[in-house]
Design a protein around this ligand. Structure first.
Ligand code: PRX
Length: 638
């Protein structure tokens, strides 16, 4: 495959950017021409940010899997589409060619159809990082079912919440998942979730770890049995469902500053164009290269840059089941050597954690296949950036620092590898089609360079979210109501003298722990579920490896046999309600929380205490009881 829209020089980028702002409709129509449509669109764009209403390529008909699989068959049918490296390095990797992947997707799409799944139905996928996860996702897309992937670290309660919100009729899982030296009993977790999920008619279970599972007659089905039935039926060819450009492709739940996670909705055509365009341009992918994105497909990064972006570009995508430190901290470098990886895309947290092991694990690994490095998910600190550049890229590989969000579908601000300038810790310039601006707290635009403010976007791009599932008003409230006629990202940002952007972190009550998004309100709700807890307040604090750690201030009323045991109980409660990723790093038991006279918790003060600030806590005069603050400071956990 070649990519006529791949920008190959800074001048080409500038010209494309200019055109994307002056004449966005022509710009995107020309790019969309390079995809496979069952019917071309009637109208490129219709939008307003008030409702909000955004429609790209209206009237167009397509199926994203024809773009990811069918159209590559002639030229790439026997080329590797997906390389899979298992958790256990001895277990043997798998390679699926474009031909094999299409065949398996069609087979499993038949399984879904045989079990009554139709276009528009919601299917929840709760699996580890195995090829069948990609197959399940693509099979849903093939028949027009809306997939909702749930990261395999979430608890039964979190699964139940998501299933209920989406009213999913089917769950796809496996017996268990390997993660380092642990086996996670996925099916058992799903079983626990089922108590409150009457919408689910079937659970399909793939055999992976051979962990014993309970299988309920009439509800639970083995993946392998269902495939055998399809084999008996004969040719599994399955015509891809004709989808409207704006039909729903998937829902992905993500945390906000209030309430339960919301189901971010992406639609078929715009998302496809955006995932592909950003993949081809940011990483400067060249045919034949191996792209290794280390994210989990349970997050947006995996959706866009393990599956839809690379496959729509006919690329070879590498999927890794395990963790960077198993069996040792050289695992990533081992994989790069083994498969001759060209592009490595990972998170600052992983880099910082591997940095901690020194250069030893890198030594002796042949990594000269690497051409491009990338980071995503959180701000990268200068030390980690330089370590990545020196020890992994050997100063030969451009590093793309890609800023984006679940809601944006694909990369928004990033340098284009080797094509546009890079600057350590800066995401640099917006991609064509992205019109960022900075505003002050009143929503006034901050113009010029060398300034900072809240990051907003003023014009739609094809990959933006369309709604939050089942609650459009929540979408409007969360993203389009803070500042009139602008999409608000929730991030703080600075723009340097050259107009380059640097994301400084969330300005709302959303934490970013190891690149995972968690709402403080969500963690507080989970802590408050513990029977002995009266009230809690959660804030983030700088953490050397995770970027941000979670600090919880908890008023406990129950019987304190021993503080450390109580702490364990609270942690266990959070694990049960959300999942281990939301466990606080520090829990301080307090007698009271700093509140204003109207009863609002003053998180600003708690944040400062958690950060270790001892003197300058700002204005405390509006506090109901200033004495509380001193007591909290005395008990601070360092
Ligand atoms: O705060 C920003 C941070 O991650 C948030 C989005 O999280 P999520 O929806 O889970 O998506 C993560 C993967 C795209 C953003 O609001 N973030 C993401 N990328 C960067 C970043 N912060 C700084 N630099 C980045 N490159």
């Amino acid at each position: 495959m070649h990519y006529p829209y791949q920008l190959k020089s800074f001048e080409a980028y500038q010209a494309a950017y200019e055109k994307s702002v002056q004449d966005p409709e022509t710009f995107w129509a020309e790019i969309a021409e390079h995809f496979l449509w069952k019917k071309k669109w009637d109208k490129v764009l219709e939008w307003n940010f008030k409702e909000p209403r955004v429609k790209w390529f209206q009237g167009g008909k397509l199926n994203i899997t024809e773009n990811c699989l069918d159209r590559h068959q002639a030229a790439l049918g026997d080329q590797p589409a997906l390389i899979w490296e298992p958790n256990d390095p001895e277990a043997g990797h798998r390679i699926l060619t474009y031909g094999e992947l299409l065949f398996k997707v069609m087979q499993f799409a038949n399984v879904l159809r045989n079990n009554g799944v139709k276009k528009g139905d919601r299917v929840c996928i709760y699996m580890g990082m195995i090829p069948e996860l990609a197959i399940a996702i693509l099979a849903c897309a093939r028949i027009g079912a809306i997939h909702s992937v749930i990261f395999a670290g979430f608890s039964a309660q979190s699964i139940a919440d998501r299933i209920q919100d989406a009213q999913a009729s089917m769950v796809i899982t496996s017996d268990g998942a390997y993660r380092g030296n642990k086996i996670i009993p996925l099916k058992a977790v799903v079983d626990d979730a089922m108590v409150g999920c009457p919408s689910v008619k079937n659970i399909i279970v793939y055999t992976h770890t051979r962990l014993p599972v309970s299988m309920i007659k009439g509800r639970d089905l083995w993946w392998e049995d269902e495939i055998r039935k399809v084999e008996k039926q004969g040719n599994p060819f399955l015509q891809a469902e004709e989808m409207d450009a704006e039909d729903l492709l998937f829902i992905l739940y993500t945390s906000g500053s209030t309430g339960k996670p919301k189901g971010v909705v992406h639609t078929c055509a715009g998302y496809m164009v955006w995932a592909n365009y950003s993949f081809v341009n940011v990483f400067q992918y060249q045919p034949g290269q191996v792209h290794f994105c280390t994210a989990d497909a349970g997050w947006i990064t995996g959706h866009s840059y393990i599956i839809y972006g690379p496959l729509s570009a006919g690329a070879t995508t590498l999927m890794f089941e395990g963790i960077p430190t198993y069996p040792d901290a050289g695992r990533f470098w081992e994989i790069i050597q083994k498969f001759g990886v060209d592009i490595l895309y990972t998170a600052p947290t992983a880099i910082r954690s591997l940095m901690g092991f020194g250069e030893g694990p890198v030594h002796g690994k042949k990594m000269d296949s690497l051409k491009v490095l990338g980071t995503v998910g959180e701000p990268i600190n200068s030390e980690a950036w330089h370590w990545y550049d020196q020890h992994i890229g050997k100063h030969q590989c451009p590093i793309v620092d890609t800023w984006w969000q679940t809601e944006t579908g694909g990369v928004m601000i990033s340098n284009l590898a080797g094509v546009t300038p890079s600057k350590p810790t800066y995401a640099t310039y917006p991609l064509p089609g992205v019109q960022p601006l900075l505003v002050d707290e009143h929503g006034r635009e901050i113009e010029g360079n060398g300034v900072s403010g809240n990051l907003c976007i003023r014009f739609p791009w094809p990959g933006m979210l369309r709604t939050t599932y089942g609650d459009h008003e929540r979408c409007r409230q969360a993203y389009f109501s803070t500042y009139a006629d602008l999409y608000f990202t929730g991030d703080g940002c600075l723009r340097d003298e050259e107009g380059m952007y640097r994301i400084t972190g969330r300005v709302d009550d959303v934490l970013n722990v190891s690149g995972h998004r968690i709402g403080t309100a969500e963690v507080e709700n989970a802590i408050n579920m513990h029977s002995g807890v009266v009230e809690s307040a959660v804030v983030g604090y700088p953490h050397d490896i995770k970027g941000q750690g979670i600090y919880a201030f908890v008023i406990f009323n129950g019987f304190h046999e021993n503080e450390s045991l109580t702490r364990q109980d609270v942690l266990q409660t959070v694990t049960r309600v959300i999942g281990a990723i939301a466990k606080p790093d520090k829990i301080q038991f307090v007698a009271g929380l700093p509140k204003t006279r109207s009863g609002k918790i003053m998180r600003r003060i708690l944040r400062k205490i958690a950060e270790g600030e001892t003197t300058n806590l700002g204005d405390t005069s509006t506090l109901l009881d200033p004495g509380v603050v001193e007591a909290i400071m005395e008990g601070r956990i360092s």
